[in-house]
Design a protein. Structure first.
Lengths: 479, 103
């Protein structure tokens, strides 16, 4: 590869190169200086904002780079923008949070940035090799971030569980990649999808798809591969949990939608059936167990399992409605879950307490703005209009009905009704319940940057909910 | 014909090693041993990849083997760091003792 082509391709995958560069700069500054947290935070913020703009600029021109290993523009740029936005909000929320938890180390931002690079690579992958590398880059960064509060047992335990189960899932995913490679004779994903109809009778191909599905189900947190989710989300630093549950899930779904593309899902019936079972189980198990939780952090973890189920319905629909629904849902889910975890991180005490339902009693009296924002995120998570969460669910379920999966859509709506119980219980507690007299009042420092992130996500939710066409215009020509 | 027979033997061995790895992860309680079993899973896949690559006459599989080895090394570094962080706090590497987070 000559130099000008290399330069051309490096620029073509602009956001990925940019974030990699910023990550390396942050890491170097961290190595050379003491007290680097402030400057690293600001460099990350500027880098992510630039990547967000660059992604949106590159969106109209689609193509491929590096010998057809990475896609550029279009779908890839859309997801780059989502990850950059999620990263931006997370960094804004993290600044005061990691200070409060005394884990204010500059490498926090570097690892976060590398995780984002991994996500972008996953969404842009047109080759199973790129997909694998992106997935591992993201996962390894998350293992480290989960255990970032080294002195706390919960954080250690979360990191260990995430690491062992994540690496275990990687084994399955890799075996799936090997079998797909063996049966299709190539690792180029569009070629494999193109041959899907022909390969559907090959046992090796089906086993490969199954193993790949197991690997992905771990990453998107779908039942029956969800055991790690509640423990990891509860034990990890809260901002990291928020980022894992949104960016990590969106990246895994971006990859699922590339590999299990509509053409493949329609052509290979067993894959579709297995996906339908996984989606149904995720919606049921996630929602039912979430009801019983006393910690909001853990409730959000189970709700994240349920949302993986809803989004999978759009993948199963395998039509343009469903696929666009998946993309819209991921944007909405990113905003509302980063927001919900953001408020938890905002109000969390130094020792990781103050995250249970009871701690939020009467919050509207002491912290009216935060209570209002939390209310917006909870309404959106339930799927109540005019918030973006409603339209995500609407498109996904409409796609399922169109594809003849009416039973999945009905199950999804029923489960959304159940979810209203635990989401709205929090709203009721915040607004219509008095704080217990002897409960200690935890003073939390205010943070302008964090508050800005929360307000931005709430505005985005409302904006995308009232004008869904803002997002839909971008994604309507992808499928 | 001999080539396809060879491929089946390689794939069979690879599948066996993979299953031994999975069984080890599910039954052993020592974190380090579990981690070694995961490495066994990854390396059994490498065997499959190399076999496919040689049968197809296509280098992609062998390139992926190298990348998997690099990733596995990075994973080992992160994993052992996590185990050390845990051991400093709890003085144990037994999975059954690591149980503060549940339900």
């Amino acid at each position: 590869m000559d130099l000008s082509l290399l330069l051309h391709d490096t620029l073509a995958i602009g956001p990925i190169s940019l974030i990699t560069l910023v990550g390396l700069v942050v890491l170097t500054i961290e190595a050379l200086h003491n007290k680097t947290e402030n400057i690293n935070c600001w460099i990350s913020l500027v880098g992510l904002a630039a990547a967000l703009v660059l992604s949106l600029v590159q969106l109209p021109t689609t193509g491929t780079a590096f010998s057809d290993m990475i896609a550029t523009g279009g779908y890839a740029s859309f997801f780059s923008a989502v990850f950059a936005a999620a990263g931006l909000l997370t960094v804004m929320l993290s600044k005061s949070y990691i200070k409060k938890q005394s884990i204010e180390h500059g490498e926090y931002y570097a690892i976060l940035l590398f995780a984002i690079v991994g996500m972008m690579l996953m969404a842009a992958a047109t080759d199973l090799v790129t997909l694998f590398l992106g997935l591992e880059l993201m996962s390894l960064s998350f293992y480290i971030l989960a255990g970032f509060v080294r002195r706390r047992n919960e954080s250690n335990e979360a990191a260990l569980k995430y690491f062992l189960l994540g690496a275990f899932a990687t084994g399955f995913l890799l075996y799936g990649i090997a079998l797909l490679y063996g049966s299709a004779g190539t690792t180029h994903i569009p070629s494999i999808v193109g041959k899907a109809g022909m390969l559907a009778s090959s046992t090796m191909f089906l086993i490969g798809c199954g193993l790949l599905l197991i690997g992905f189900a771990f990453k998107i947190a779908a039942v029956p591969f969800h055991m790690w989710v509640p423990d990891v989300y509860e034990g990890s630093p809260t901002t990291v949990s928020g980022f894992m549950s949104t960016g990590g899930k969106a990246a895994a779904f971006a990859a699922v939608l590339v590999v299990f593309a509509p053409a493949l899902v329609r052509g290979v019936e067993p894959v579709r059936d297995v996906l339908a079972v996984i989606a149904a189980l995720s919606m049921i198990v996630g929602n039912v167990i979430a009801i019983a939780q006393t910690s909001i952090k853990r409730m959000l973890a189970y709700s994240s399992i349920a949302h993986a189920g809803y989004i999978l319905v759009g993948v199963i629909a395998a039509n343009s409605y469903g696929a666009q629904g998946v993309l819209f849902y991921l944007v909405a889910y990113t905003m509302m879950n980063v927001g919900a975890f953001g408020i938890l991180s905002y109000l969390e005490s130094e020792d990781g307490k103050n995250v249970s339902f009871d701690d939020y009693r009467g919050l509207s009296a002491s912290r009216p703005t935060l209570a209002l924002l939390m209310g917006i995120f909870m309404f959106s998570l339930t799927g109540i209009p005019p918030f973006a969460g409603f339209f995500g669910k609407y498109y996904v379920f409409a796609g399922a009905v169109q594809a003849g999966y009416t039973w999945l859509a009905i199950l999804g709506v029923l489960m959304s009704v159940i979810s209203a119980y635990y989401y709205l219980r929090l709203v009721v507690l915040m607004y219509f319940s008095e704080r217990e007299q002897d409960a200690p009042v935890i003073a939390v420092p205010t943070s302008g940057l964090g508050m800005a992130a929360l307000v931005l996500s709430a505005i985005a939710l409302l904006g995308f909910g009232i004008y869904p066409s803002v997002v839909l215009n971008f994604i309507s020509h992808f499928f | 014909m001999t080539i396809s027979l060879d491929l089946h033997m390689y794939l069979g061995l690879s599948a066996m090693l993979f299953c031994i790895g999975v069984a080890g992860v599910l039954t052993r309680r020592n974190v380090i041993v579990v981690f070694m079993c995961i490495e066994l899973m990854l390396n059994s896949v490498n065997l499959s990849l190399a076999a496919f690559s040689s049968q197809l006459g296509d280098p992609t599989g062998q390139v992926l083997v190298f990348l998997v080895m690099a990733v596995a090394a990075a994973e080992a570094a992160v994993g052992l760091a996590i185990v050390i962080a845990l051991f400093r706090n709890k003085q144990t590497v037994n999975i059954n003792d690591i149980n503060i987070l549940k339900w």
